[in-house]
Design a protein around this ligand. Structure first.
Ligand code: FAD
Length: 333
């Protein structure tokens, strides 16, 4: 019975006792959906020694927290986490269940959706509800990113979606917010687990993550060639910013893939985003449109990047960027 399913849930991904940013962002998005549907918003927290994180889940918008605290849940494993989440979902029947589109979130959501025989929309960038039909409207770029598709799960519950990090906005934490913590116990035994975590090897090769940068100078194909693209690096160095690029720039070999911003690259939300020589294709814009200030430089006044820009400069980047570098150097003196 679909009517038995009520409430909006967010899977609270935590690693070594630290809640992932995307889970807090999803509490912000989930809050809006829950208020619209007039139901409670719950965080689902699994791990070992994670009870003290419940207050943070409530501060960021949850009315309830379902916790399963068990040594077997110390590190993420599909099997143990899936068992915990399915136990809760079958018992409490949420109508909407959101996960961060992180490697673990995607892995868990797909396993849970298969077991519960329900639908899952992956890599969502927009969420809403059709109030009359109580349907989650999960939108994502589709058909090569040329259109946005809104995907519904009409016949099964819960309606599930993974959501890209840095797309939704977390609420300001409120320490006075009250919520209920529900502790659940499930019979998990280490000897029943088919996989063991032997060692966790951290990737230390990655440079400071673009996703955490406050200022990004992003260059596009309009810079002309790899040599002229050096101006992007120089501007970034002058103002202490991180460098990013469009897919075309990465495909041209001017930057490595980990510096690509957009649908198939990083999603970023810096305070200041310079978009230089970038046309503003939808696949690029989905990865940067939530930046606080967007300063676009393009010689084409009709370039779509100006539709999302806070400030636009129409002109030749090869003339403007050296002037900016010079001005910023002056200021720093
Ligand atoms: P162009 O579109 O060629 O734009 C260059 C711009 O520079 C133009 O607007 C031009 O007017 C301007 N220009 C030229 N010379 C100058 C000058 N001297 N001074 C100032 N302006 C100048 N793209 C991404 O960026 N990220 C992604 O993650 C991504 N994923 C994709 C996924 C799929 C499935 C598909 C189909 C595409 C994806 N793309 C992605 C590609 C995307 O569609 C665009 O092709 C790409 O973003 C365009 O890059 P660009 O703006 O650098 O180049």
């Amino acid at each position: 019975m679909m009517e038995e399913y009520r409430g909006v849930w967010v899977f609270m991904e935590q690693n070594e006792g630290e809640i992932e940013g995307v889970s807090l962002e999803l509490l912000g998005a989930g809050r809006k959906l829950a208020d619209k549907l007039d139901v409670a918003l719950a965080g689902v927290l699994l791990g070992d020694g994670v009870k003290e994180l419940c207050s943070k889940v409530i501060e960021y918008g949850a009315d309830e927290v379902y916790v399963i605290d068990h040594p077997v849940l110390k590190d993420y494993r599909t099997e143990s986490y899936m068992k915990g989440v399915i136990h809760l979902a079958e018992k409490y029947k949420p109508e909407i269940f959101l996960y961060g589109a992180t490697p673990n979130g995607k892995d868990l959501a797909s396993a849970v959706a298969t077991d519960l025989s329900t639908g899952l929309t992956a890599d969502t960038t927009m969420l809403d509800v059709d109030l009359e039909k109580r349907l989650l409207e999960a939108s994502r770029p589709a058909f090569g990113g040329n259109i946005m598709a809104t995907i519904l799960c009409k016949k099964h519950r819960p309606q599930m979606a993974t959501v890209r990090p840095k797309v939704m906005k977390a609420l300001e934490p409120d320490a006075n917010r009250q919520g209920k913590v529900m502790e659940e116990e499930i019979p998990l035994k280490e000897e029943d687990m088919r996989t063991k975590v032997l060692k966790i090897v951290k990737d230390v090769t990655k440079k400071a993550s673009l996703a955490d940068a406050h200022v990004i100078v992003c260059g596009g194909k309009g810079m002309g060639d790899a040599q002229k693209f050096e101006l992007i690096h120089e501007l970034a160095n002058t103002i202490g910013a991180s460098v990013g690029g469009t897919r075309d720039v990465v495909e041209a070999g001017w930057l490595p893939h980990e510096m690509q911003i957009g649908q198939t690259g990083e999603t970023v939300t810096p305070k200041i985003y310079f978009a230089i020589g970038i046309s503003g294709a939808i696949q690029h814009v989905v990865g940067m449109k939530n930046s606080e200030f967007i300063i676009a430089i393009n010689k084409d006044p009709n370039a779509p990047i100006f539709d999302v820009a806070t400030y636009g400069i129409v002109g030749d980047a090869l003339e403007i960027v050296p002037k900016l570098i010079q001005q910023f150097k002056e200021i720093r003196k």
